[in-house]
Design a protein around this ligand. Structure first.
Ligand code: ATP
Ligand code: MG
Length: 347
């Protein structure tokens, strides 16, 4: 009946918040506020960064789609026989969640169920659940800043919408199984998507912050100094590098070992996902997230996997911008979740 107009999207990540506003069918404004102190409690960091954001952009009364980082959610892929339906599927899922998730009760969690696949015998479901308390806390803060939240979605769902839309626009006739790897600040999310249906999410506890931490330790820098250093260094080619100090050499060894660890996790996921696929194999990897912005990072993946590792290209969306400089900013790896949240509503 009544439909709110969507003013934009807000991505609440583990390292900062990102906002995009949309007006007169154009990208109107984009802003990132990084948390100033990453060891601080996330709720306080969110309040502080909204305060900073609010001084740059008027947030009051804006109708926003909000995304929250995957690690706040419990995501499970569950399979059921169709006979179970007589036992009442909903009750069965609840019982299973009680077994899997510590402290789960129906009344204290919000759960969303997405079908992954179904045939005559059984069905597979992606079950996403979060404590209501967590949502209320975030809503409370956003409400304080007079932001109107139209929808809250997990970051990986937003990303999946974007990949799906781009896949549709590409006009390819073949059905592809795509693996998406989003390297965030604290975690990386690895999931699979077939015709836009999201399947098997894995959250790995490795992200861009691990690199910052290694640099900080070896170079005796503060967090900000280490972040800057991270943006300047380049991974790879360790054997031929001329090291200034012993400490620099061991820093690069540690950085490389984090990349290797993540590569192994992706390899394992590829193997696992492939062996659980109904049809075909994973044909490509899509890489995104700020953690992957370190120079030389993607080359590692290109060399490690047999299938292509691609970046997201927004060109086919034909977005219009009020300020042309925003085009480049929006195509940054860190912005893809935000684009996914917005695009589903405005295209
Ligand atoms: N130019 C850059 N070079 C290297 N790393 C970068 C660069 N810019 C940002 N990063 C890193 O990207 C990471 C943050 O990425 P991103 O914004 O995707 O995470 P997030 O969305 O906050 O986290 P999550 O998705 O896990 O909630 C940080 O570790 C940051 O240091
Ligand atoms: Mg993110």
């Amino acid at each position: 009946m009544f439909k709110f107009k969507v003013d934009g999207a807000l991505d609440i990540g583990s390292t900062g918040i990102k906002l995009v506003l949309y007006k007169n069918k154009k990208i109107d404004k984009i802003e990132i506020v990084n948390y100033s102190n990453i060891t601080e409690e996330k709720i306080i960091a969110l309040e502080e960064s909204l305060e900073i954001l609010g001084k740059k952009i008027n947030l009051k009364g804006k109708n926003l789609i909000v995304t929250i980082t995957a690690s706040k959610f419990h995501v499970k892929t569950l399979e059921y026989n169709n006979e179970d339906e007589e036992v009442n599927l909903e009750t069965k899922i609840e019982e299973d969640l009680e077994d899997i998730i510590l402290g789960y009760t129906k009344d204290e969690f919000i759960t969303q169920i997405e079908p992954v696949y179904e045939n005559d015998l059984n069905k597979k479901l992606l079950v996403v659940t979060i404590p209501i308390e967590e949502i209320e806390m975030i809503l409370g803060i956003l409400n304080h800043f007079k932001i109107r939240v139209l929808k809250i979605i997990p970051d990986f769902i937003a990303l999946n919408s974007l990949i799906d839309l781009l896949d549709q626009k590409s006009g390819k006739e073949t059905v592809e199984n795509i693996m998406i790897v989003d390297i965030g600040g604290e975690t990386s999310k690895i999931f699979m998507s077939t015709l836009g249906v999201l399947n098997m999410l894995r959250i790995v506890g490795i992200g861009g912050n691990d690199f910052t931490e290694i640099i900080r330790e070896h170079e005796m820098l503060d967090y900000e100094g280490a972040e800057l250093e991270k943006q300047n260094l380049e991974l790879g080619n360790d054997e031929n590098r001329i090291y200034k100090t012993q400490s620099e050499e061991s820093m690069f060894q540690d950085l490389t070992s984090v990349v290797n660890e993540l590569t192994t996790q992706i390899e394992d996921s590829l193997e696992y996902f492939n062996s659980n696929l109904g049809e075909g194999e994973i044909s490509k990897i899509i890489l995104t997230g700020g953690g992957a912005l370190i120079k030389g990072f993607k080359t590692y993946f290109d060399d490690s996997f047999d299938i292509p590792c691609e970046e997201i290209n927004l060109d086919s969306l034909n977005l219009e911008y009020k300020n042309m400089e925003d085009k480049e900013l929006l195509s940054n790896f860190r912005m893809m979740t935000l684009v996914g949240a917005l695009i589903k509503e405005v295209v």
